[in-house]
Ligand binder design. Structure first.
Ligand SMILES: CC(C)(COP(=O)(O)OP(=O)(O)OC[C@H]1O[C@@H](n2cnc3c(N)ncnc32)[C@H](O)[C@@H]1OP(=O)(O)O)[C@@H](O)C(=O)NCCC(=O)NCCS
Length: 366
């Protein structure tokens, strides 16, 4: 784990940067637990009680990673009131762009009419949005770019073996994007991030693309995972990382409006909330119920959902915390962007076969 210098005072340093706008995209096709159970030996109740998930979205063939990323990016630009040509760099986090090159970012930049910004992809699994946000904020603070688009996009349905009961029910598709730019007040705190490659086999691709060439009939690679090990690691190792992110931002849990952990499993979120002792005033994002685990997309999707439902205050402070394949992790405190346009969004209604998911809750613990 990296060891940052001890904080002596609030460390929102450098030229202030902020989240100026947010945009998301969810595919058109919802997949219920009932549908998942048609291909695996499981039950709707097992999936709901062990993971919290009741429904997820899977992309149709026309909903490519480029299309979803560009749509989320255009929505973020509109939300921020920024023209695509004002973007100095595009960062895309994804593990499901099935081309080694060129980067997805370059294609997305072209598609949204961004001119000729810097553009590159990052691979930080489910922590990718927090990684990208940190890079974007540092670029703006340093003067390398005035506005940066950070996009997370995943089509994990394409990397799933629908007959593997350990993974088939967990993952969903979608995209989330944020415009990061100069701000009157500090809006992106220092990142606390790290990696532990001794766990590199815990969540991985079954085999490499090269193995396909070398072994005829091998079949395409899929996500494979030791869920129990990931669960244990996340539930018990992330607490100190969250506390360090708060300390480095110079804020306490009581200053937070919202806690937005990566939406991997509702029970991991429960453990984290318990360990952090969050006051009742802090809203906890619990969108895994309605999105599944969308990898790096889960954090921007959850932020958007909190704001759209009126469950968190624009301008309020939120602690973001994410982890994923690597294993890697990242957390930082941010000031929430403006709420999406339109009236507050009602609680999402799940398909008739499932129990209705609840809205994100204010924790009842004191
Ligand atoms: C995957 C996950 C939901 C499984 O829940 P769990 O409570 O850990 O379940 P376990 O793996 O311990 O399995 C418990 C039992 O259920 C069984 N089981 C596994 N998958 C099942 C399924 N889909 N349906 C029914 N039973 C299942 C197991 O075989 C095991 O049976 P056994 O006790 O007879 O051996 C959970 O481990 C998890 O969410 N882990 C984190 C995964 C994650 O976040 N990955 C991405 C990180 S970015």
């Amino acid at each position: 784990m990296n060891t940052p210098p001890p904080p002596t005072r609030p460390i929102f340093r450098g030229a202030p940067t902020g989240l100026l706008g947010l945009g998301t995209y969810l595919p058109s096709r919802t997949i219920t637990n009932k549908e998942i159970c048609e291909q695996i030996d499981s039950s709707e109740e097992w999936i709901r009680s062990r993971s919290g998930i009741q429904v997820r979205y899977w992309a149709e063939p026309s909903e490519t990673v480029e299309y979803m990323a560009a749509t989320a990016a255009e929505r973020a630009l509109e939300h921020a009131g920024i023209d695509a040509r004002e973007i100095g760099c595009v960062i895309v986090s994804t593990v499901s762009h099935l081309h080694q090159f060129p980067s997805l970012a370059a294609g997305v930049a072209h598609r949204i009419g961004a001119g000729a910004p810097g553009a590159f992809d990052i691979s930080a699994g489910c922590a990718g949005f927090c990684y990208g946000l940190s890079l974007a904020s540092d670029m703006v603070a340093a003067g390398s770019a005035r506005h940066v688009l950070v996009i997370a996009v995943e089509r994990l349905s394409e990397l799933l073996d629908p007959t593997d009961r350990h993974t088939a029910f967990l993952f969903g598709d979608g995209a989330g994007a944020a415009v990061v730019g100069p701000s009157d007040q500090p809006g992106v705190g220092p990142v606390v991030w790290g990696s532990d490659g001794s766990h590199k086999d815990t969540i991985r691709q079954t085999h490499s693309w090269a193995a396909l060439r070398e072994t005829p009939g091998l079949g395409r690679p899929y996500i494979t995972m030791d869920g129990r090990e990931v669960f244990r690691w996340a539930a018990y190792q992330l607490g100190p990382i969250a506390e360090e992110a708060l300390a480095r931002a110079g804020v306490s849990a009581a200053d937070l409006d919202a806690f937005v952990p990566h939406q991997a499993n509702a029970r991991i979120t429960d453990e984290l909330v318990k360990g952090l002792g969050l006051p009742a005033t802090v809203t906890v994002a619990r969108t895994v119920e309605i999105h599944g685990n969308t990898s790096a997309v889960s954090v921007p999707l959850a932020i958007e959902e909190l704001l759209a439902r009126g469950d968190a205050r624009p301008g309020g402070l939120a602690l973001l915390l994410s982890f994923g394949t690597g294993l890697v992790w990242a957390g930082q405190v941010v000031r929430l962007p403006p709420a999406p346009a339109g009236p507050p969004r009602p609680a999402v209604t799940a398909p008739a076969t499932d129990t209705t998911p609840t809205a994100p809750t204010k924790e009842t613990r004191s």
